[in-house]
Design a protein around this ligand. Structure first.
Ligand code: 5GP
Ligand code: ZN
Length: 118
């Protein structure tokens, strides 16, 4: 991955604190922040701090960050009181899934019924 691409990547910029995006959570492995175009009352993105284009770039060495993304999802659910009402975690990969930002991210979506079934 070239430095030029990481300069331009919107999520790398957020991870590095180079935007005014509100950071909900950050540690050495992952960062969580609100989606700029929310589709539900609660719509957050959880990303690995390392730039990975998509799930297609995942290797065993990334498992700590990928696992941390789920731990942070659980923590966000608790913080926003949707543990019982429920939430949806989505990782879009490639054109058919409609991936539009090529830094791997998990959508955390909650606060309304989601009629579409996977
Ligand atoms: P995808 O379609 O790739 O799974 O989702 C990308 C998501 O990133 C979209 O929901 C979009 O609204 C969000 N997004 C794109 N650019 C930015 C940005 O600069 N800041 C934030 N917070 N969200 C963004
Ligand atoms: Zn990136």
């Amino acid at each position: 991955m070239t430095d030029v691409w990481m300069e331009a990547c919107p999520f790398c910029r957020i991870v590095r604190g180079q935007t005014d995006t509100r950071i909900l959570y950050q540690d050495d492995l992952v960062t969580a922040f609100p989606d700029i175009r929310p589709i539900a009352p609660l719509h957050f993105l959880i990303v690995p701090n390392v730039h990975l284009e998509s799930v297609n770039a995942v290797e065993a060495g990334h498992e700590a960050a990928l696992g941390r993304m789920f731990t942070v999802a659980r923590r966000l659910a608790e913080t926003y009181h949707v543990t019982q009402s429920g939430y949806r975690l989505i990782v879009n990969t490639g054109p058919h899934a409609g991936q539009s930002v090529f830094h791997l991210h998990m959508h955390f979506i909650a606060g309304r019924h989601m009629p579409f079934r996977a």
